[in-house]
Design a protein around this ligand. Structure first.
Ligand code: AKG
Ligand code: FE2
Length: 355
């Protein structure tokens, strides 16, 4: 057996099972009724829209995630993103480290991510959507000073900046469309969430998981939930994403469906909906032969957003299940936690739960 750095080794209860089970029945939702140029669009066919909303609502409730097809994102943009991502990660470490992230430049390359206090077998590249992104300067609740996040664009491949920027626009558009469907499915006006994203802190990550000599005791990404409103995730043809389904707590592998996107309900949607919808735990398993690339877009609101269950969704019978929290301060604390290595657990949404 090849020696593995102990920082990567998962405790026995978090290791992958020897027999991977493929998920069946994951909802696959056809978004063609809401495409700009659809023949079947909502004005022409309200029943089709109602059916779409019903499917989204039930996928959010029963699963906390689903896949979408006919989503309107041009396949060329996705392919170009995957191509430049592979080119970037294929470089020598010394080149990649030129754009390595640190406490000040939180965007860029990184190879030492930690999830739940164990190192992930992966390297990442992070890009913020708005340049610059406004963010609190510190975690101190009384400190009103604002700082800025900028991207660190690599020299190679030179076309990466334009390709990722274009792709990010498609991700934003798709994620807002899905938030609109989620809003309607909760009985709210479709644009109910939109103002939260005016000065958004959304970002894109490229995840590269190299083959691993011992995938039985190591994970590409440890179990976690995504903290934002929702995640729009693309994966290449190599499988690895597992989700922990709600009905029986079993880990199931999400087989790649060509050109589909995986949508994860995030913790924010859970809080806004006062637990009507729940975020889902997921992780990434590895294999000994093939590298894998995935690239999530994390839809995050403006830093000054006070996150709390929506007033329309709470009442005497259904009181708020979360204390309000400031999104920017939370985000800064999380980013800081990323540098605090293996001895402390990172802040998470559960800290605001009213018990
Ligand atoms: O690689 C994947 O499929 C999932 C990655 C992920 O969960 C994340 O980056 O938050
Ligand atoms: Fe995730």
């Amino acid at each position: 057996m090849v020696e593995i750095d102990p920082d990567f080794i998962q405790p026995p209860e978090r290791r992958p099972k020897p027999n991977v089970i493929e998920a069946e029945n994951i909802p696959v939702i056809d978004l063609s009724p809401i495409l700009d140029n659809s023949n079947n669009n909502i004005e022409k066919n309200p029943l089709v829209y109602d059916e779409l909303v019903r499917k989204i609502g039930s996928a959010c409730k029963e699963w906390g995630f689903f896949q979408v097809i006919n989503h309107g994102v041009p396949i060329e943009s996705r392919e170009r993103t995957e191509f430049v991502g592979k080119k970037f990660f294929g470089q020598k470490m010394e080149e990649k480290k030129k754009v390595r992230r640190d406490m000040v430049n939180v965007m860029g390359y990184y190879e030492s991510e930690v999830t739940k206090m164990v190192r992930d077998w992966k390297e990442v590249f992070d890009f913020t959507f708005e340049e610059p992104t406004l963010i609190p300067a510190s975690i101190d609740p009384d400190d009103k000073e604002v700082a800025h996040w900028y991207n660190q664009w690599p020299e190679f491949p030179p076309e990466m900046r334009d390709i990722i920027r274009e792709y990010a626009q498609h991700m934003k558009k798709l994620s807002i469309k899905i938030m609109e469907l989620i809003a309607v499915s909760l009985g709210l006006p479709s644009e109910r969430f939109n103002d939260f994203f005016k000065d958004e802190t959304s970002w894109i990550r490229l995840n590269h998981y190299p083959p691993c000599p011992n995938p039985n005791i190591v994970l590409g990404c440890g179990r976690h939930k995504d903290t934002g409103a929702l995640t729009v995730l693309a994966q290449d043809e190599v499988s690895g994403l597992e989700v922990r389904i709600k009905s029986d707590g079993e880990w199931l592998l999400v087989k790649p469906l060509p050109n589909a996107y995986i949508i994860n309900v995030g913790d924010l949607t859970q809080v806004w909906s006062n637990d009507a919808y729940e975020s889902i735990e997921h992780r990434v398993i590895l294999n000994t032969e093939k590298a894998r690339l995935s690239y999530p877009f994390f839809l995050f609101p403006a830093h000054y957003t006070i996150v709390e269950p929506l007033k329309e969704l709470i009442n005497d019978e259904n009181p708020p299940k979360y204390k309000p929290y400031n999104w920017g301060k939370f985000l800064v604390a999380r980013k800081r936690g990323n540098f605090m290595k293996l001895d402390v657990e990172n802040i998470h949404t559960g800290h605001f739960k009213i018990t």
